[in-house]
Structure formats: C-alpha cells, structure tokens
Design a protein around this ligand. Structure first.
Ligand code: GLU
Length: 428
C-alpha cells in the first residue's frame, strides 16, 4: 500500500479504489482503529480512509518536523523571548475519541496538540508548549485560574510574544474573564481557544481554532491593538473564519455547534488567507505605551451567580445570603425579581452582602429606573451592572471583594470599566 516511508504531517496524495484525497497525514494513537488512515484535508476536515481501499500514497511535501520545546515536563520558559507559548489546560481541543468506549477523553499533551497541526510551520513563528493542567473545564476551580494566570505572567516576564491557552469550552469564558482582571497592563495578546469537536473527528474545529489563535497571538499589538485577554473560536458554519472576542464579552451559547461562542466581536480572521477584520473601533482602553504587567490574584471565592426563577422563595434566598459575601443575580428583563425578595435583599445588603444585578436576557443593559420593581431594588441597595454579562459580573465581583470591603468601593469598582466588560453605550 505505502509507496514511501511516511510520517505524520507529510502532505500526501492518496488514491483509493474510488477517490483521490490530498492532505496531511495525522498521527496514529494507541487506541485508534488500525483499519483507517486519518488525513487532514486542506479544508481543515479530517477523513478516515479505509486502509484496504488505498491503492497508492504519494508524497507531495515532507513535513519538516518543527521541534517544539517544553512539554508536560517542567519548562521554565527561559527561552520564551519572542516566542508564542502554548499553555495547554485540557478540554476537547486536547481530547480524542476513545475507540474502545466511544467516549471522548483528555489525551493530548501540548506537543501532541501541536503535532496535529502541521500547518503551524507555515506561520513562521517559534513556539514553546507546556501542559499546565489537563482537566475538562467543568472541573476547574479558582485555584486553577490562579495557576493559569501565574503561568501566563511567567511567560510575559520572559518576553513571550503572545500566549495561546487551549481550554475546555464549557467554562472557557469564566477563565478568560478572570484572567482579564488578574493580569493588568498586558502588552501582548493572551488567547483562549478550544474545540467543540475533538481533533480526530472529521468536523473538528481544533485545527482552525488553534492555528488562528497562534496567528492572532503573533500579530503586532502596535498595529493590531490586540493586547489583552481574548477568546478565539470558529465563526459561522463553514471553515473560513474564526471570531475573536474580548475575554469579558463572550459566552458559550450552544452545546455543540462549532460557532458556539457569541458576544461583542473584536475581530474575525483567517490565517490561510491572511485576513484580519477588526470590528471594535474607538474602544481601546490601553495606552500605546508599555506599562509593566502586573499579576494580582486576590479574589474572594464566596460569591454566587444566581439565576432568578419564579419559585425562588424568600426563605431560600435568605439562606443563600448567609452563605455568600456577594451575589450576582441574573434577574428577568431589565433586572427584576419577585417583589417578595426585595425585603430579604435589603436585609442582606444592610448586613454587608453585596448584591449586583445582571439580566438573564444575556444581551442588552440592566435598567432599574424604568419599573417600580427596579426602583425598589435600587433603593434596597442593589447595584445594576450596566451591560456586563452575568458570568463576567460574577467573576468581577470575586475580584472586587478580594480587594475592597466598603460597599461604596466595591460599587465603584464594579461600575468602572476595567477590562472591556462594560460598554458605555449599547449599540445594535
Ligand atoms: N466539557 C468539556 C470541557 O469543557 C469538554 C467540552 C469542550 O472542551 O468543548 O472541557
């Protein structure tokens, strides 16, 4: 069958009994079915070709294996200067199908991940990889956010050009929001990315997301204003563009679609066509001068994000207020809850619990001045969070309570735009 000694990443033409395919050979993993050869097509899709049907394999371009230093072993980033760092944390992007159980399991290290993307050599950037965690993102805790932020900071200190963080998609937007607050004055791009489908599946979004993240992380902040924390994921249903969002202005909005992440778009881009279209105009918070990047991981973990539901009783609410130092409510519409909760809310605020209001409509602004319910909530001391996403407000309140005790200071912090979490005006 094989007409030459092939290696993963080689660009080949495969002639089968009924079709001709061109693409990069994918690596074989232990548990994989030996019946198939996996090839990543130019479109980014993977196909499994039954080996018995292959008539010939012709080498078109040998993969020049780019050595990727570091790995799950300790990597002290001494050589990070001018490079792109991949800090892998787990999730579907680093998973593959277990052909025995049919489930998806975390299996790829940072280096494995990069070996599935031979196109990386085309970016011309030097890459270092490190596995800093290997978890599905639903299992992440605040200590993991602190760890990720600390590792990013180390890379920044060593002069990294940009940082890419492959991450599980379920809670990716919580992590990106937290890092947006923990890392101040970032002078380089820090890009969270993930995949909705594992990289050994035909319709995987892992490659496109990863390669575009590396591309985005390699763009010059002076020209592209891409300093800060971002999320980059598939855009639309084809394999053309990826969308980039600020780390505080994005949310997973679909369980399985590859373009699940929605929010205020910062840009869209396509590495293969070298296209970069910026959306966010006139909203640059950072000055052009470079300030020293600061890492600040002080947070209060005792914060709750509570979605209002019609049968939420004052009794349950009172119990929650005793347990948490801060509560972000996802209220209805402009930011409302049942009248019967207003009294316990007031009592809790008077006793020192900080209560903030967001909306479960997700998009749009809170406004507690329109209806009587809202005005009563304002009078009780509830702080409406402008157009912050509920998750971003929840993360921000952890950060706020980690730094301030007085109600007015917490309120000022919550209502100051720190990391693009607030738009002054709501645009269509
Ligand atoms: N639930 C897993 C996670 O968030 C897999 C989902 C994914 O990565 O897309 O890590």
């Amino acid at each position: 069958m094989n007409s030459y000694d092939f290696n993963p990443g080689d660009f080949v033409q495969i002639t089968t009994t009924d079709k001709v395919f061109e693409g990069h050979l994918m690596p074989e993993y232990e548990l994989e079915s030996r019946e198939f050869l996996f090839v990543k097509l130019k479109s980014g899709y993977n196909v499994g070709i039954r080996k018995v049907q292959i008539l010939n394999i012709e080498l078109i371009k040998r993969n020049v294996k780019k050595e990727i230093a570091g790995s799950e072993e300790e990597c002290d980033f001494e050589d990070a200067d001018g490079k792109i760092l991949i800090l892998a944390t787990g999730g579907t992007i680093a998973s593959k199908i277990d052909y025995i159980t049919g489930g998806v399991k975390p299996a790829f290290s940072a280096n494995d991940l990069l070996s599935t993307v031979p196109e990386i050599s085309e970016t011309g950037v030097e890459i270092l990889g490190k596995q800093i965690l290997n978890k599905f993102s639903e299992n992440l805790t605040p200590d993991d956010w602190i760890k990720i932020a600390g590792e990013v900071y180390k890379c920044v200190e060593k002069g990294a050009k940009g940082i890419v963080i492959p991450h599980g998609t379920d809670t990716l937007h919580y992590s990106s929001a937290m890092l947006s607050f923990m890392l101040k004055n970032l002078n380089v791009p820090v890009v969270f990315t993930g995949a909705q489908r594992s990289s050994d599946r035909g319709s995987s979004d892992a490659t496109l997301n990863l390669i575009n993240s590396i591309y985005f992380a390699s763009l010059d902040p002076e020209k592209f204003h891409n300093k800060g924390v971002f999320v980059l994921m598939h855009e639309g249903i084809d394999d053309k563009f990826c969308a980039v969002f600020r780390g505080t202005k994005v949310r997973k909005m679909h369980t399985s679609m590859r373009d699940a992440f929605k929010g205020d778009k910062f840009a869209r881009l396509n590495f293969f066509e070298k296209k970069f279209e910026r959306y966010e105009n006139g909203k640059i918070l950072e000055k052009d001068e470079k300030n020293e990047t600061l890492l600040d991981t002080k947070i209060e973990k005792n914060v709750m994000l509570l979605k209002y539901f019609p049968t939420l009783t004052p009794e349950i609410f009172e119990i929650l207020c005793e347990k948490y130092k801060g509560i972000v409510i996802e209220g209805t519409g402009l930011g409302h809850v049942h009248d019967s909760l207003i009294e316990p809310i007031k009592k809790a605020i008077d006793k020192g619990t900080f209560i903030a209001m967001t909306s479960q409509t997700i998009f749009g602004r809170t406004n507690l001045n329109v209806y009587a319910t809202g005005r009563k909530l304002l009078k009780a001391g509830v702080v409406p969070c402008e157009d912050m996403l509920p998750e971003a407000a929840y993360i921000k309140l952890m950060f706020a309570l980690g730094h301030h005790n007085k109600h007015t200071d917490i309120k000022n912090f919550m209502l100051t735009n720190i990391a693009y979490e607030i738009n002054e005006r709501s645009e269509i």
